[in-house]
Write a protein that binds this ligand. Structure first.
Ligand code: BMA
Length: 374
């Protein structure tokens, strides 16, 4: 009798916690690993506490340094790491040793492990080269690229090889025990702009959706990669929800919805805050209706010339929205002035500490304490 009860209970638990699901969290990939499902649930829990701060290439380099292990411009200024760490996979399609910004993929593997160990979040974008012309991600000389890589297209087999190389890297992100580490994967970003080969004027909505679904199915079903949460993120020019959803591949293919928006030099006073606030209103609404996470997936003001940008412009833009994170772009070490987070002595460093000290902004120590992701 007891055995039957124990067996019955075990069966119930097994069916209740099917792969891809945990209470309140269902991943787009129905076969997602338990860690990936927990990450999604943790992201939802963290979004109830505040907005996580993210920084691209935070651990790889900064102003005046290139990868001494443990370094971070955000840490140099605040004493703490970001909660979200962006990295880019551009050139993994060729199995190159370094990405398009010269970050070794071997280092990224180490970073992902470190981030996982301390309870942070990794998100990958993919500035992949143009698979038709062999040019860069910004080669928009042809509007046949997306069609050419889809099933039936002349370039499809080559693209499968590129995805094999991508899948190989994503599957290699494991901890010391060989457990796959969950990451957010944000391919084909800023697709409502037309500066990447998958951009709006370079392919039809049908072809963009087909590209997304093919990539998802190929990675998850054919290659068996199950440590991914998928992020759909447009560029900033979002007029309304219909436009934002025009190229949305569907609820079964996406875990997080976001957009990228930068303040440009000379932009009208208040325009960044107004635009980000307005678009976040649209995106958080459509995301909530679908039970998806929302985020400001890229943002920033190159060089941050405004000493009070963090609390005076960025914070008012996001503070009224339930978003998972906001991520600012990279601090290039070899391109003067191309940086988006402060470094010690920078004109906005004090204000960034004020931003860090806001109870609603979450950095590494906050999310480590929360312990929601692993
Ligand atoms: C851009 C710039 C480029 C970089 C690219 C991909 O915004 O930072 O220098 O190569 O992102 O990271």
């Amino acid at each position: 009798m007891r055995n039957i009860i124990v067996f019955g209970l075990g069966f119930l638990l097994m069916t209740a916690c099917k792969s891809g699901q945990q209470e309140g969290a269902t991943t787009a990939d129905p076969e997602a690993t338990a860690e990936t499902v927990k990450m999604l649930a943790g992201l939802k829990a963290a979004a109830e506490k505040g907005i996580m701060f993210g920084h691209q290439d935070d651990l790889a380099y900064g102003i005046g340094w290139v990868y001494p292990a443990g370094e971070s411009d955000v840490k140099r200024v605040t004493g703490d790491y970001p909660a979200v760490y962006g990295m880019d996979l551009g050139k993994i399609e060729h199995r190159a040793p370094v990405n398009l910004d010269s970050v070794p993929f071997e280092h990224m593997r180490i970073f992902v492990r470190e981030i996982w160990a301390r309870g942070g979040v990794t998100t990958f974008s993919w500035h992949s080269d143009n698979p038709l012309t062999g040019g860069s991600t910004w080669d928009i000389s042809s509007d046949r690229v997306v069609a050419s890589v889809l099933p039936g297209g002349g370039n499809h087999d080559r693209y499968r090889q590129w995805l094999d190389n991508l899948a190989g890297f994503l599957a290699s992100l494991t901890d010391d025990d060989g457990t796959a580490i969950p990451v957010i994967f944000r391919p084909y970003h800023e697709h409502t702009g037309s500066w990447f080969w998958w951009g709006e004027k370079l392919c039809t909505a049908e072809d963009f959706i087909a590209l997304w679904r093919f990539t998802f199915d190929y990675l998850c079903k054919e290659k068996g990669v199950h440590n991914l949460l998928f992020a759909y993120s447009s560029s900033g020019d979002i007029e309304d929800r219909d436009y934002y959803l025009e190229r949305y591949p569907g609820d079964g293919y996406v875990d997080l919805m976001g957009f990228d928006y930068y303040q440009m030099a000379g932009a009208a006073e208040g325009s960044f805050t107004e635009a980000v606030d307005r678009v976040l209103g649209i995106i958080t609404e459509v995301a909530a209706e679908r039970g998806k996470l929302a985020a400001l997936t890229e943002a920033g003001y190159e060089g941050i010339p405004d000493p009070e940008w963090w609390t005076g412009t960025l914070w008012p833009a996001v503070k009224n929205h339930k978003i998972s994170y906001l991520l600012v772009w990279r601090n290039a070490h070899n391109r003067p002035g191309h940086f988006y987070a402060p470094h010690p002595g920078h004109v906005s460093a004090d204000d960034f500490i004020g931003f860090y000290n806001l109870p609603e902004t979450l950095f590494q120590a906050d999310v480590t304490e929360l312990g929601a992701f692993r």
